[in-house]
Design a protein around this ligand. Structure first.
Ligand code: TPP
Ligand code: SF4
Ligand code: MG
Length: 317
C-alpha cells in the first residue's frame, strides 16, 4: 500500500551541532590576519550556544573583514559597502526568531557607513555588531581610514595621516540609547570569545570593537600592545567580561569598572595612555525598536491594504 498511514508518527531527533556545522568556505584572508581568530571565536560561540545554522544570519558590508558570511555555514548577506546595519535591521524587524551577527570594518562602519551606525545604535535592535578594526582599508590596498593613527603611512597619505583618528568607542558611547559597548583584541582568543558571548546574550544591539591585526598592510599595527601587555588596561567587574585566570594573567594592568556607569565608561574610552579592553557599558533596559516593529500597529494585513487603498483614493482624478 502506498501513501502515509494513519498511525505514522514523525519524531524529530534533538540536533547537536559541532564546529564543522558552522564552517563554510575556506577563508582567503592573508596568513596571520586577525580576521581568522575572530571567525574561530564566532564559530565556537555558535557551537557552544547551539545556534541553529538555518536560524543564524551573518550580515556584512564590503572589505576583507566583510568576507565573513562566506566562511560561516549559516545564512549570510555580503552586502553593500557601509550598509550592513540597515540590512540587519530589516531582517530583525521581520524575524525576531533569528540570531543576527553583523561584521563590519573601520572603513565600512566608521567612514561610508557612519550615518547607519549612529541610527542603528539608537534603534537598539537585537543583534551583535563586530567591528574588526585594523586601522586601514585592507581590501582596497591600504588607504587611510578614520581610525588610522596620526602620522600612519598609507597609500593615500604616504607622508603620514595628517589627522588624529576617530575613536569608535567614544562615538558609540555618545549616541542616544546606546546599550552595550565592549572592546577586545584578536590576539587573545579567550578574551575575544568571552566578549562576543556577553554581546550575543545582550538583549539589544551589542557593539564590540576588536583590534584586528593586518600583517599585510600594517605589520607593526598593534605589535607594541602585543610586546608590552601593560599598555592594555583590562576592565574587570562581577557584571563585566568574565575570564579564566590563565587568560587574565596576560593582562596585569587592570581597572575595576562598573558597566552601568556611562560617564565613567566615556572617561575610560577617551584614555590615550592605555588601550582599555572589556565591557564599557551595558543597559539591558534600553528601548528597543524591534520590539515595537514586531508588535506592529495592531492592524491585519487586509486592514492595512484597505487603509492604503482609501488613502490612495483621495488622489483619484
Ligand atoms: C560605494 C563604495 N565605495 C567604495 C568602495 C571600495 N571599497 C571597498 S572595501 C573599502 C574599504 C574597506 O575597509 P574596511 O571596512 O576597513 O575593511 P577591511 O578591508 O580593512 O577589513 C572600500 C573603500 C565600494 N566597494 N563601494
Ligand atoms: S589585507 Fe590585511 S585585513 Fe585584508 S586579509 Fe590581508 S591581513 Fe587581513
Ligand atoms: Mg579596515
Amino acid at each position: 500500500m502506498f501513501g502515509p498511514q494513519d498511525d505514522w508518527e514523525l519524531e524529530s531527533k534533538p540536533r547537536c551541532f559541532v564546529l564543522e556545522d558552522y564552517e563554510g568556505a575556506a577563508p582567503r584572508w592573508c596568513p596571520g590576519c586577525g580576521d581568522h581568530a575572530a571567525l574561530g571565536a564566532l564559530q565556537r560561540l555558535a557551537r557552544d550556544e547551539q545556534l541553529v545554522p538555518e536560524k543564524t544570519v551573518v550580515v556584512s558590508g564590503i572589505g576583507c573583514s566583510s568576507r565573513f558570511p562566506h566562511y560561516m555555514k549559516t545564512y549570510g548577506f555580503h552586502g553593500l559597502h557601509g550598509r550592513p546595519l540597515p540590512v540587519a535591521s530589516g531582517i530583525r524587524a521581520r524575524r525576531p526568531d533569528l540570531d543576527i551577527f553583523v561584521v563590519t570594518g573601520d572603513g565600512d562602519c566608521c567612514a561610508i557607513g557612519t550615518a547607519h551606525w549612529i541610527h542603528a545604535i539608537r534603534y537598539n535592535m537585537k543583534m551583535t555588531v563586530i567591528l574588526l578594526d585594523n586601522n586601514i582599508y585592507g581590501l582596497t590596498k591600504m588607504q587611510t581610514s578614520p581610525t588610522t593613527p596620526k602620522k600612519g603611512r598609507s597609500a593615500t597619505h604616504p607622508g603620514g595621516a595628517p589627522l588624529s583618528p576617530l575613536n569608535p568607542l567614544q562615538v558609540t558611547l555618545s549616541i542616544a540609547n546606546v546599550s552595550f559597548v565592549a572592546q577586545s583584541v584578536d590576539w587573545n582568543p579567550p578574551h575575544m570569545y568571552a566578549t562576543l558571548l556577553a554581546a550575543h546574550r545582550h538583549p539589544g544591539l551589542a557593539f564590540v570593537r576588536v583590534l584586528q591585526r593586518c600583517p599585510h598592510y600594517m605589520p607593526e599595527g598593534f605589535s607594541c600592545l602585543q610586546q608590552d601587555p601593560s599598555q592594555i588596561l583590562m576592565m574587570t567587574h562581577s557584571d563585566g567580561i568574565q575570564l579564566e585566570d590563565v587568560a587574565a594573567r596576560l593582562f596585569p594592568n587592570r581597572l575595576e569598572h562598573d558597566p552601568t556607569d556611562l560617564r565613567a565608561a566615556r572617561e575610560v574610552a577617551a584614555r590615550e595612555d592605555v588601550f582599555p579592553i572589556g565591557l564599557f557599558y551595558r543597559n539591558e533596559k534600553a528601548e528597543r525598536y524591534d520590539l515595537d516593529a514586531a508588535s506592529g500597529i495592531g492592524m491585519s494585513a487586509a486592514a492595512k491594504r484597505e487603509a492604503v487603498q482609501s488613502e490612495m483614493d483621495q488622489f483619484l482624478i
